[in-house]
Ligand binder design. Sequence first.
Ligand SMILES: Nc1nc2c(ncn2[C@@H]2O[C@H](COP(=O)(O)OP(=O)(O)OP(=O)(O)O)[C@@H](O)[C@H]2O)c(=O)[nH]1
Ligand SMILES: [Mg+2]
Length: 199
Amino acid sequence: MASGPLPFEFLQSASKVSDLPESEIELAVVGRSNVGKSSLLNAIANRKNLARTSKTPGATRLINVFEFEKRPGHWLVDLPGYGYAKVPEHERARWQRMIEEYLTSRETVTNALVLIDGEVGPTKLDLQTVEWLEHIQLPAVFVATKMDKVKPSKSKARRTELAEKLGVAKGEILWVSAAKGTGLDELRAAIMKLLELDD
Ligand SMILES: Nc1nc2c(ncn2[C@@H]2O[C@H](COP(=O)(O)OP(=O)(O)OP(=O)(O)O)[C@@H](O)[C@H]2O)c(=O)[nH]1
Ligand SMILES: [Mg+2]
């Protein structure tokens, strides 16, 4: 099992899918705005500012590519979040189109890491996204974020509810906290496997 930080490095940002170079394999990080996608990426690499994070939703506005050191073409891809109401409608629609085009057109995207807020999710929009991913036949690996915000006394019930809503077994979800470091090694091991880095 992998342990310790994974050496991902920033490769490039793109506002259009057609600006991306070719890759070997990509793992897309998908989820509602503010769910903790960029924070989790930083936690995985144990770097504070590899990916831009913010208290205000809408921190990530581009497709941001992070490449595994020494394995060119093995990418973790941080995407803008969906569902942030304060972004102007035309801008939200543009992100949506960009994300959808990215996820449907890149043949090297083999899986989506779907982040769900462990405290509040899944939301209606999360469930719609999960359904859409099924529709385009992109396999989803679920990660429940911000588990440090769930009281220990509520944790078991919360996990059961979240898994039920997603229609998967509890054991299929990775339960993590970027803030506390919980569950990161398991997530790192999953990422190594999904990006074919563990051979
Ligand atoms: N308590 C707690 N807060 C977290 C955790 N992970 C992220 N946050 C906070 O949640 C907020 C959003 O985090 P981001 O990583 O920027 O979220 P994002 O999903 O990348 O957001 P967008 O780029 O807008 O789509 C920040 O204030 C983070 O500090 C966590 O594990 N625990
Ligand atoms: Mg982000």
